[in-house]
Design a protein around this ligand. Structure first.
Ligand code: HEC
Length: 173
């Protein structure tokens, strides 16, 4: 009765040894048809929705739901509130996920204008009037580093509360 067990163990050991290889494999070649160097995202010409999935959804999730477990705020139905408070418009450009993304200034402006839309992720949180971002505005604001992000964000949230806006950023505070 013991032989089948021992044979099983031996086969497992042999197969893992055979499958083991050095990673990364120094001799690995690109898959056929995939030989060209990758185009940087800033020059790839993808749609805004694709850029969102590539650059943002890893943290903010597919539809901007956010993730409390990872301290990532919900964008859906909330992000437009930042436009209602002083300093909020620049804040949206300066958060690291935006300002340090691989997107160029025009792509980042397009991303903001896509998010900040009554029919888009911001939805009901949008203010009545919205002046779309331009690439020039993004370029100017993007390079100003934010030294104390939690404090800056906290003050913006306080301003929202003072206006009676309910804080549905999913972070639960
Ligand atoms: C590595 C995770 C991560 C990635 C990637 C990321 N973000 Fe964020 N984002 C956050 C976190 C965390 C915050 C809260 C502020 C902070 O701590 O940076 C935030 C804040 C924001 C805010 C301000 C709203 C708020 O409630 O603070 C916006 C708008 C935003 N992100 C959009 C984006 C977009 C668009 C992208 C893609 C270009 C992106 N983020 C990529 C994690 C990320």
């Amino acid at each position: 009765m013991r032989w089948p067990l021992l044979t099983g163990v031996a086969l497992t050991l042999i197969s893992t040894t055979l499958l083991a290889r050095s990673i990364p494999d120094p001799h690995q070649q690109p898959a056929p048809g995939n030989e060209a160097a990758q185009t940087p995202i800033a020059r790839a010409g993808y749609s805004v929705a694709t850029n969102y999935q590539l650059q943002c959804a890893g943290c903010h999730l597919t539809s901007g739901e956010g993730s409390r477990a990872n301290d990532t705020p919900r964008l859906a139905g909330f992000v437009g509130n930042f436009l209602k408070v002083e300093g909020g418009r620049a804040f949206l450009v300066r958060v690291p996920g935006m300002s340090q993304s691989a997107l160029n200034n025009q792509q980042l402006a397009d991303m903001l204008n896509w998010l900040l839309n009554k029919d888009g992720m911001a939805g009901v949180s949008m203010p009545e009037h919205f002046q779309p971002y331009s690439a020039d505005e993004v370029a100017a604001v993007r390079r100003q580093a934010m030294l104390n992000l939690p404090e800056t964000r906290g003050k913006l949230i306080e301003q929202m509360k003072a206006q009676g806006i309910s804080i549905t950023d999913g972070l639960g505070d």
